[in-house]
Design a binder for this molecule. Structure first.
Ligand code: GAR
Length: 202
């Protein structure tokens, strides 16, 4: 078995952040490999992007079953794949305290705003509408609340006068694609600790 950290990526859509993580792993920039992609949505384009790269991709639909049962199935798939870390990449479901505890301090998420501003859905649109002059993205450890865990890394994006929510989202996504692999590299290669809410790298 290789010394690489095994990662499962959970997604619900396009999967561009998954692709960036998988490619950074393949280039050796992150000492890890993506061993599984799980989508709660059968139509998520990210599933095909995983399979194209030879990464096993499964659908575990949330509809029609309880959150507890859904998470039991996701945890079983992740454990079966031997993944130690879980990366949320556009995964549009809130994890329960039990799930978070199961992978304590080893679940990471990316959010398209500078948290704690604009958590939740359509963060880029929220930021544009509010009129902020700077937005960006946040990579954070996951806790049981929405977009609220300790921050690992943030990257900023200037909001231009002629931006639309769409153009702003595009420039934030470019920064997400830098931030997520960089944050994983930091977490997996450097010593770090939690000091209250603060992720401190030594
Ligand atoms: C990304 O913009 C990510 O930050 C966002 O979903 C998109 C997924 O894109 N996540 C959230 O809003 C979580 N609150 P992708 O499927 O191309 O990676």
């Amino acid at each position: 078995m290789s010394g690489l950290t095994r990662i499962a990526v959970l997604l619900s859509g396009r999967g561009s952040n998954f692709v960036e993580i998988a490619e950074a792993c393949a280039r050796g920039e992150i000492p890890a490999e993506v061993v599984l992609v799980v989508s709660n949505r059968p139509d998520a384009p990210g599933l095909e992007r995983a399979r194209e790269r030879g990464v096993p991709a499964v659908v575990i639909a949330g509809k029609g079953i309880s959150r507890e049962e859904h998470e039991r199935l996701v945890i079983a798939a992740v454990t079966e794949a031997g993944a130690r870390w879980v990366c949320l990449a556009g995964y549009m479901r809130l994890l329960s305290p039990a799930f978070v505890e199961r992978f304590s301090r080893r679940i990471v998420n990316i959010h398209p705003a500078l948290l704690p501003s604009f958590p939740g859905l359509e963060a880029q649109h929220q930021a544009w509408e509010y009129g902020v002059k700077v937005s960006g993205c946040t990579v954070h450890l996951v806790d049981a609340d929405c977009d609220s865990g300790p921050i690992v890394l943030q990257r900023t994006v200037r909001v231009l006068d002629d931006d639309t929510p769409g153009t702003l989202a595009e420039r934030i996504l470019e920064q997400e694609h830098i931030a997520y692999p960089a944050a994983l590299r930091m977490l997996l290669t450097r010593r770090w600790r939690l000091d209250g809410r603060r992720v401190v790298f030594e």
